[in-house]
Design a protein around this ligand. Structure first.
Ligand SMILES: O=C(O)CCC(=O)C1=CC=C[C@@H](O)[C@@H]1C(=O)O
Ligand SMILES: [Mg+2]
Length: 378
């Protein structure tokens, strides 16, 4: 597969509702949309999930643009890609970190590869499910009643699990009140590293609410203290931010740092690494689910495809576009029927980018061809 052109577009979408976590509030989403075009004119699409500010991890939209423009795109333009696995296994191995930048370009090539095979992305990834169960992620709200109203509405739409963002002071009372109203619903908490081992009493108090899991309670780059905490809680710990690679997953499993892992394609450097983590976790009886990063329909499409693999046994964050955006940039938008999404069988990601809407929300774009100076960088 020869890629003749890559187009980077900076898009900005306004969230319908502010999204607050323990590290801040998002009112809109600036992200890089990547289009990789083959020499026979087929386009593959993916998006970078890096945020404007380095609050979730150390990557940002600007760092991603730089790494894509100056390192990753020249490599892809210069080389004949026989299979997308080569990208993370051969072509990007010498570039340290920058997982979200790598995943954005690798994902576009995976979509292109699937289209050229005439197969869905789910199919070429080894997906087995025709439908996936999804849940919702509910940010920190101004009152517990607001949270209860949102749960009621989403329950009515059939969502299969409810993730509540927590932080010290918005945790035990919140979960207690939600459990009093909804004693049985599949409920989990995501702390985004808001606690330390000194908060053991507060975290132990969460142990009595039959939560499905507590996601990333401790430091974003920790595996050791999570092992200590997991030994003191009956509730499964789920790691998100701490897992950047197959190696991290192997170490977390070996140390007993978690009983569940949230895979985000961007956080682990792409679909090939996601598949490897999936296979390792399947071998060790560690269930997976696919986390969200407030993606547009393009990123959601990739999340749907990876979630179709067999060890994604827990509902993920891939909720309907309409919960996030007044309008999404794909046709169709991602819709959820009774908490389920049908896995597209069309070639590639199965959701068509809407060029009209992409143009409407594009702030800046840049097209990259193979040129003399690009070839020199690669
Ligand atoms: O996309 C979704 O609905 C999930 C959003 C979500 O929970 C997150 C998005 C971005 C960073 C984090 O704040 C958080 C997460 O940890 O998953
Ligand atoms: Mg999380």
């Amino acid at each position: 597969m020869k890629i003749k052109q890559v187009i980077l577009r900076h898009l900005k979408l306004d969230l319908l509702e502010p999204f607050t976590t323990s590290f801040g509030t998002e009112y809109n989403r600036d992200f890089i949309l990547v289009e990789a075009i083959s020499d026979d004119g087929i386009s593959g699409w993916a998006e970078s999930v890096a945020m404007l500010d380095p609050l979730y991890n150390e990557e940002t939209l600007k760092t991603n643009w730089h790494i894509l423009e100056d390192y990753l795109i020249p490599i892809i333009l210069k080389n004949e890609i026989k299979h997308p696995d080569e990208i993370s296994e051969k072509y990007f191995t010498h570039i340290r970190g920058n997982y979200m930048a790598k995943a954005a370009l690798e994902g576009a090539v995976w979509d292109l590869y699937a289209k050229k095979q005439g197969a869905s992305l789910s199919n070429v990834l080894g997906g087995t499910k025709k439908k996936i169960e999804v849940g919702v992620s509910i940010g920190i709200k101004d009152s517990i009643d607001s949270t209860l109203d949102i749960i009621e509405a989403r329950l009515g739409e059939g969502y299969k699990r409810f993730k509540l963002k927590i932080k010290p002071g918005w945790d035990v009372e919140l979960i207690d009140k939600v459990r009093k109203v909804y004693p049985e619903i599949p409920l989990m908490a995501d702390a985004n590293s808001a606690y330390t081992l000194k908060d053991i009493d507060r975290l132990s108090a969460l142990d009595d609410f039959n939560l499905m899991m507590i996601e990333q309670p401790l430091a974003y780059n920790d595996i050791i203290d999570h092992a200590d905490l997991q030994s003191r809680l009956k509730t499964p710990i789920c790691l998100d931010e701490s897992i950047h690679s197959l190696e991290d997953a192997r170490k977390a499993i070996k140390l007993g740092s978690c009983k569940i892992i949230n895979i985000k394609i961007g956080r682990v450097g792409g679909l090939t690494e996601s598949k490897k983590i999936h296979d390792l976790c399947l071998e060790h009886g560690i269930p997976l689910w696919c986390g969200g990063m407030l993606e547009s329909g393009i990123g959601r499409a990739h999340n749907i495809a990876i979630t179709s693999l067999p060890n994604f046994t827990l509902p993920g964050d891939t909720a309907a576009s309409s919960l996030y955006w007044a309008e999404d940039i794909t046709d169709p938008e991602v819709t959820v029927e009774n908490g389920m999404i049908s896995v597209p069988e069309l070639p590639g990601i199965g959701y068509e980018p809407s060029m009209e809407k992409i143009k409407k929300y594009t702030i800046h774009s840049q097209t990259y061809h193979l040129s003399e100076n690009v070839a020199r960088n690669a």
